[in-house]
Design a protein around this ligand. Sequence first.
Ligand code: PMP
Length: 287
Amino acid sequence: MRVWLNGKLVDRSQAKLTVFDHGTLYGDGVFEGIRAYGGKVFQCPAHIERLFASAKYIRLAIPYTKQELTQAVGDTLEANGVTDGYVRLVVTRGEGTLGLSPFKCTSPSVFIIADQIALYPDEMYEDGMAVIIAKTIRTSARMLRPSVKSLNYLNNILAKIEAVDAGVAEAIMLNEQGNVAECTGDNIFIAAGGKLVTPPLTADILGGITRRVVIELARRLGIETIERDIRPADIYAADECFLTGTAAEVIAVTKVGDRLIGDGAVGPITRKLLDSFRAFIRSGEDL
Ligand code: PMP
């Protein structure tokens, strides 16, 4: 495997950062998880835009242009012969001192890994997945905007640990208001009365790129999406529930805690969206 590191493609064994990198010392950095399908990077402009927006929020100047990073993502995929796979693009604050100040860091470290990813087993896409509602509350925008994809994922990791402890693959996280925010690495939708409902960007969520694609695909199918606050009880009462994310794609949730959603099988709207998502991937269209 060859990793793109600070402008060069190097062998995996040479792809190393110093222990003094503030990405390691403090989780000070930003990242993107990106998919490639059929040799094309999925929604690349949106991912690059979000990376730069995240970096701007934490006052990190990325030492490459958007075009250069787009090219670098393509080069990394090509160097590894990956046409269908997953790309991790990371920008850390770079080497600094043991103090917190990011302004003592010399220059950001940028690296890109192209690999395969299979987040959930195939059967889960057919049969749906069970999740729990985590006790860990999603970081609020008043603390650290969840729309910033930073290297600080401990909030989500704590919720993920709850899921693993409960023997399920994902956990729904509530925000400070007790409304549904998202899962640890995916956005959430419910279907009720033939319409989709998903928490708004103000519900302390990451504005998912897959979420945006799914809302558009639903629109094309004549299915309206309402962005409004959801309570856990709304999920229990929903006909269907599904998650969206770059790694997860679109996956049905058929059980939350002890409760079956709908009749406990993958519902017709989720199935339709899954099919149209797969067709959209093949089309290579950028939204
Ligand atoms: N929420 C969180 C917390 C995430 O980390 C992610 C990305 N893995 C998502 C939602 C989904 O976003 P996207 O569709 O852009 O991958």
